[in-house]
Design a protein around this ligand. Structure first.
Ligand code: GTP
Ligand code: MG
Length: 246
């Protein structure tokens, strides 16, 4: 008999580490009180729980597709909790108060999951099946696949509210899920790298940005052609609708 260990605590929230980081970045005031530090750690634990709830739902959908259609819609997933530095940086950038209440009220991407799918059909079928589950709700949808950004960025962004059950009851918590294809992910990684390359001359940057825009269009064409072949040989659902909020 094979036994699988399922409680693996390695990657869980480390309270002391979080407190130390928060103390370090809030050094220039406003300082967090001990009570706020505790509230922050508790809040991060809830975000982490919400992230696990959604990833499990996605894994279950993926395995159902495997069983029903002999097709894995999800190529892989990445998940992350926003770092203390990015949380505080974002609040400051948006001119919002730096407090635990402000994080809860204003940030919807503290818990984030990126779902990299094989085809565009998979993006829409997985996101629609997840959105239809009646224990969670859809807070916001941005379809940059149907309406790509000016730079060529394509992805489907959905913010879900997920109940996390603690000893105190259900806590509805937002999770930002970015659904994209392998081609979209390939493109976004390079564009992201270019954006953070600040020592490039303007002319070079403009040239690369233009090339990237051309690449986005080419990748979109390739993706469509390959998806058509896949549609012909695989019975997985063919879905093109954007999930709806509310
Ligand atoms: P902020 O979260 O405040 O930035 O605004 P928003 O919630 O309206 O953002 P949006 O949903 O448009 O995008 C959020 C995330 O999508 C970013 O943090 C990136 O991970 C990704 N993203 C958005 N636009 C781009 C882009 O042009 N290039 C790349 N590489 N990633 C992008
Ligand atoms: Mg965002």
């Amino acid at each position: 008999m094979m036994v699988t260990v399922i409680l693996d605590r390695q990657s869980r929230i480390n309270t002391n580490d979080l407190k130390a980081r928060l103390d370090a970045v809030s050094g220039d005031r406003p300082r967090f009180s001990t009570q706020e530090l505790t509230e922050f750690v508790n809040l991060m634990q809830v975000y982490e729980g919400a992230m696990y709830e959604i990833s499990t739902k996605l894994e279950i959908l993926d395995s159902e597709f495997q069983v029903r259609f002999a097709h894995d819609p999800i190529h892989h997933m990445e998940r992350r909790l926003k770092s203390v530095n990015s949380i505080i940086g974002k609040l400051k950038r948006k001119g919002l108060p730096v407090s635990v209440a402000s994080i809860k009220d204003n940030l919807f991407d503290v818990a984030g999951i990126r779902v990299i799918c094989n085809y565009r059909d998979d993006v829409y079928s997985v996101s629609n099946y997840l959105s239809a589950q009646n224990d969670i709700s859809v807070l916001r949808v941005k379809d940059y696949i149907k309406n790509p950004k000016q730079n060529g960025y394509r992805s489907l962004h959905v913010i879900y509210a997920v109940p996390v059950f603690l000893s105190s009851g259900a806590h509805y918590t937002p999770v930002e899920v970015q659904f994209r294809t392998i081609a979209m992910d390939y493109w976004a990684s390079l564009e992201h790298a270019l954006r953070y390359k600040t020592d490039l001359p303007d002319a070079k940057l403009a040239e690369h940005s233009q090339t990237l825009l051309d690449c986005a269009r080419s990748l979109q064409n390739i993706e469509t052609q390959m998806q058509n072949i896949h549609r012909d040989i695989n019975g997985a659902p063919q879905v093109e609708e954007t999930p709806k909020a509310g």
